[in-house]
Design a protein around this ligand. Structure first.
Ligand code: BG6
Ligand code: MG
Length: 222
């Protein structure tokens, strides 16, 4: 029998708001500075991936992993983050992705708990700008976990903070690494994006506009 549903745990970038685009623009600018070609397709591999792991992947693309010391890599990641911070400074509640506000309000009105599991160290800043910080019961960001997605730690920590069993949680993600983290945590996974990218998700929606609490709960309950 399915465990009664207790909570939703959302990813931030690419699910609640389209910061995925700003991460792409900032990485692209840094890659170009380093003479590395970095495409939107390459960026798909970085969704849900931590800042330092993303940098390593970009350096690998350009065959430049051995060209920088640890300190230089820290400085490159910091440069990307400074650019990213300028791109997100004008975020407002208008930047919530379609149907997210309604979904969150439906979740809360059903008495379900609401958490966030983000791979970003900027999660609190972005959630504040979106006017969403106080809507969520808890937010776990990359500053408070050791292992990045696809490790399940960030989702497990969110469930623990909410005081619910992982089996009673639904995770929502736009990244393959994120869906892997949700499934490894023993949760039900909702993915947003192209169907072929998410073979292990329990439901896939092409865009957030299609998300509906009723439909998700129906599939969850089997
Ligand atoms: C994830 C994004 O949420 O956060 C990644 O999907 C990003 O693209 C990662 O690299 C880390 O973000 P930040 O804000 O800590 O650099
Ligand atoms: Mg994401």
């Amino acid at each position: 029998m399915t465990t009664p549903l207790k909570a939703f745990i959302f990813d931030l970038d690419g699910v609640i708001t389209d910061t995925a685009e700003y991460h792409f623009l900032a990485w692209k600018a840094l890659a170009e500075d380093l003479g590395i070609t970095f495409t939107r397709e390459d960026n798909e591999e970085l969704k849900g991936v931590s800042r330092m792991d993303s940098l390593e992947k970009i350096l690998e693309l350009g065959g430049r992993t051995k060209d920088f010391s640890a300190e230089e890599k820290e400085a490159l990641a910091e440069k990307k983050n400074e650019h990213y911070l300028t791109l997100i400074q004008d975020i407002t509640p208008e930047d919530l992705l379609p149907a997210i506000k309604e979904l969150i309000s439906d979740i809360k009105s059903k008495g379900l708990k609401l958490g966030m599991a983000s791979a970003s160290k900027n999660a609190f800043t972005v959630m504040e700008s979106l006017g969403m910080k106080s809507e969520f019961d808890i937010i776990v960001d990359a500053k408070t976990v050791v292992n990045g997605k696809p490790h399940p730690e960030v989702f497990l920590r969110a469930a623990e903070m909410l005081g619910v069993d992982p089996e009673a949680c639904i995770g929502v993600e736009d990244a393959a690494a994120g869906v892997q983290a949700i499934k490894s945590a023993g949760m039900f996974a909702v993915a947003v994006g192209p169907k072929e990218s998410f073979e292990n998700a329990d439901i896939v929606y092409a865009s957030t506009a299609e998300l509906s609490l009723e439909k998700i709960v129906e599939v969850y309950n089997g």
